[in-house]
Design a protein around this ligand. Structure first.
Ligand SMILES: Nc1nc2c(c(=O)[nH]1)N[C@H]1C(S)=C(S)[C@@H](COP(=O)(O)O)O[C@H]1N2
Ligand SMILES: [Mo]
Length: 315
C-alpha cells in the first residue's frame, strides 16, 4: 500500500471543463478517463467486483466547479474514518479487506413504504457524476468527482409521512471488522442526521463511487452520504440504516463533544470551531491556503434553507 503524505502529492492534472471534455471525447466518464490516463490503465479494468457497479456512461454534472480535482491517490489515502483509525494515512490499509458485499440499507421510521435496499436495488438508481468540494472541519479540503444519485430519489420510494421532520443515518456496527469501534469516548455506531428539506435537496447524494469507479472501503463503501455545503463529518460512511424521525437526531459528534459540534454544521468561514479557525482551508495536494466559502461555495443553492437562522451563531 503506497502511503501518500499530503506534502508528497504531486500537483494535479488540471481538470478540463467537463463539457469541453465531453465535446471531444463522447460520453465516456471524463474522470474515469483522466484516472485511467494517470494510472496508465484502461477504463474498463477499474470496476471492483463486490459493490454497486459504476456504469461507464455517466449522464450529467449539475455542479461544475472548474477547479482542479484532488488526485485519486490523495482522496483514497487521506481519510477520516474513525472506525478504522484516527490516523488518516492508516485508514486505507486497515479498511482494505472490509467486506462491503452483501450489503443492505433498511429505510424506515415515519414512512408509508418501508423498504430494504440491497446493492442491486441501489444500482437501479441512475448513477450520475458530481464534482463537489469536500470541506473537513479540520480546515482541509478536496475536490472529488463522486458517482451516485440524489438521496431524494431513494426517500421518494419510501414516502416519508407528514410527521417526518429529520432523516437519521447509521453506519454499520461491526467492531470485529472495525477496530476503532472498540475505542471508548464515542457512542458507536456513527450516527448523523439531516433536516428533511436538507435530505431532499438535490445536492445531497448517496455516493457509490468516485473517479468513475466503485467506492473503496476507506471512502465509505458501498454507500455513503455526501452533503457538500456541510462539514465533512456530516457525510456518513458505510450506511446500513436510514430512519425518518420527528425529533432532531443526536449525531456521534454531538454526543461526544456538544460544545464543538452542532447538528447543522454548515460550512461558515465567519464562525470558528473551538480548535480550528474556519476562515481558510488547505486544499490537499496544493501548497497555498485558500479562503473558505460560505456554505462551501453552495450558498446560492442552499442559503434559502436557513433564511430564519442567525448564521453568526455556531450551530
Ligand atoms: N462512519 C463514518 N463516517 C465518516 C467519518 C467517520 O469517522 N466514520 N468521518 C467523517 C469526516 S470527519 C470526514 S471529513 C469525511 C471524510 O471523508 P473521506 O475520507 O472520504 O475524505 O467522512 C466523514 N464520514
Ligand atoms: Mo472531517
Amino acid at each position: 500500500m503506497v502511503m501518500v503524505k499530503p506534502s508528497e502529492i504531486t500537483p494535479e492534472h488540471h481538470y478540463l471543463s467537463r463539457r469541453e471534455f465531453l465535446k471531444g471525447m463522447g460520453i465516456v466518464s471524463a474522470s474515469a478517463m483522466v484516472l485511467a490516463a494517470c494510472r496508465g490503465q484502461s477504463v474498463t479494468s477499474t470496476a471492483m467486483p463486490s459493490a454497486v457497479k459504476v456504469p461507464s456512461t455517466i449522464t450529467s454534472t449539475p455542479k461544475e466547479l472548474n477547479e482542479p480535482l484532488t488526485s485519486f491517490e490523495a482522496i483514497t489515502n487521506y481519510n477520516n474514518y474513525y472506525e478504522f483509525s484516527i490516523n488518516k494515512e492508516a485508514v486505507a490499509r486497515l479498511a482494505k479487506d472490509f467486506p462491503t458485499s452483501p450489503w443492505k440499507i433498511d429505510v424506515g421510521g415515519l414512512v408509508n413504504n418501508p423498504k430494504t435496499f440491497d446493492l442491486d436495488d441501489l444500482a437501479k438508481f441512475s448513477q450520475q457524476e458530481r464534482i463537489y468540494r469536500l470541506r473537513c472541519v479540520e480546515a482541509w479540503s478536496m475536490v472529488i468527482p463522486w458517482v451516485g444519485f440524489p438521496l431524494a430519489e431513494l426517500l421518494k420510494e419510501v414516502e416519508p409521512t407528514s410527521k417526518a421532520k429529520y432523516a437519521r443515518f447509521e453506519t454499520i456496527y461491526d467492531p470485529n471488522q472495525m477496530p476503532g469501534q472498540k475505542m471508548v469516548g464515542y457512542q458507536w455506531p456513527y450516527i448523523e442526521g439531516l433536516r428533511l428539506d436538507e435530505a431532499m435537496h438535490d445536492l445531497t447524494m448517496l455516493a457509490t463511487g468516485l473517479y468513475g469507479q466503485t467506492l473503496l472501503p476507506q471512502s465509505g463503501a458501498p454507500v455513503r452520504l455526501v452533503v457538500p455545503w456541510k462539514y465533512g463529518f456530516k457525510s456518513i460512511k458505510a450506511i446500513v440504516k436510514i430512519d425518518l424521525v420527528e425529533e432532531m437526531p443526536t449525531s456521534l459528534w454531538m454526543a461526544a463533544a456538544p460544545n464543538e459540534y452542532g447538528f447543522y454544521a454548515n460550512v461558515n468561514p465567519e464562525v470558528s470551531h473551538p480548535r480550528w479557525s474556519q476562515a481558510s482551508e488547505r486544499r490537499i495536494g496544493e501548497t497555498s491556503r485558500q479562503k473558505t466559502l460560505m456554505f462551501n461555495g453552495y450558498e446560492e443553492e442552499v442559503a434559502h434553507l436557513y433564511s430564519d437562522m442567525d448564521l453568526s451563531r455556531n450551530y
